[in-house]
Design a protein around this ligand. Sequence first.
Ligand SMILES: *Cc1c(COP(=O)(O)O)cnc(C)c1O
Length: 491
Amino acid sequence: MQFKCFCGTRGAKSEDELKSFQEVVLNPNAPFGGLYTLNKLPRFSQEEIEKFATLNYKELARGIFACLNLGIDNELLDKALALYDGFDEIESPAPLEQIEEDLSLQKLYCGPTRAFKDMALQPFGEIFSSFIEGSKEQYLILVATSGDTGPATLESFANRKNIKVICLYPKSGTSDVQRLQMSTNDAENVKVFGIDGDFDMAQSVLKELLKEEDFQKSLKEQNIALSAANSVNFGRIAFQMIYHIYASLKVYKEKQKEVVIIVPSGNFGNALGAFYAKMMGFPIKKIVIASNKNNILTEFIQTGVYDISNKTLQKTYSPAMDILKSSNVERVLFALLGAKRTKELMEDLDRDRVYKITQEELGKIQKYFSATFCEDEVCLEILKEYANKKIIIDPHTACGIKAYLELKESKEENPMILCSTAEWTKFAPTLARAFGFGELGDKEALEKIAQNYGVQIPAQISLLFNKKEVHTQSLQKEEVKVNMLKWLKGE
Ligand SMILES: *Cc1c(COP(=O)(O)O)cnc(C)c1O
């Protein structure tokens, strides 16, 4: 039974235009350029929350999904959650490790591609496949990646029936590990192209392509439907609420205090999961957004002005957070300010590259969020300082540590949880630089760090260097369309 419980963030074209979970997973584009979102969230009582606190990870996920009325049948959900069995630890796919008296790291990178994208994309792949079972069409998923989404999407959809994935990445914009995670994937249904340009270009090439009529026509002729697996797909957001709930309950049970959750943020999908968890009544005091020097989110949450009119994207050591338009903020606006206002603000942004909310509206946002950012030099210092304490983290997590240090400075009294969004092994050259080892390639950097700091390199990473690179094609942007169509036709 599919419940129609999703509405568009910018309103609907007719009154009763609600969609089911299946519909929004397969076609995530809402009216007026908006995103689909739950039209209402449950609010749990203290008693219910205490009951949730007794459940293990999978039971918790089942319990929450049932209350959200998504209409995923139990057998399918179990099959999707079973994909977590391949993660590092049996008890939880996202284990907590206390690293300071008042700070726990939540390791969201224990899946196959060593970044938090696996937390959602692994089960999402199963759900998506099941939803298109029996469909006469093939589904094509196009991905532009700065390095973490691509590998996780390929891993999740490799060898799945009736699905094809094409992934574009910036040829010289990823680490060797990230590139190999894509280029060595030898499943028949996936194709990877390096592109001469940066992530922005890869993304805009895809956007342009999607608007082209002859591309659309060509897909139609081959009976191929387009979908997306990016972080605006609610199917991913759903799984990203669960680990925040799990962590908040675990720490709350121990300390009897609400938690502060620090989230290294880019497109705001991870933070959105925490936001929904707080809205549902779970013991979360505040969500702290950590960014790098592309600090648009810090500015917005501190001042209420979202202004990208005078900004250009800057490259940093934490590339997954190099972003100007952070898509999922829109869902927060919808939840707190309503569809009409959200539409107005988003239209301001599209037209003027800036929008501004009132002081009263800002007050609502600040009840949930605070924000800060971290410069590259500070990021390197933190990587080194923590490595000296035998805690090896990645650059995104280091930006979160900066937020933690500021909270500590301001005498935060509640326990804090930092979402560790990637394993250090994906960004070893940056760590090598921080540790004073000079400019090393990934392989040398990995080995040197493992030796010097006594840490392990997981097999998922070390084996990459022995695999054959099957996708080596590099394209200019003008060549993308022809090559995609060629591959789709099996030429
Ligand atoms: C994707 C990613 C982020 C940003 O997550 P959002 O949900 O887009 O805010 C942060 N860190 C790492 C390592 C990532 O891969």
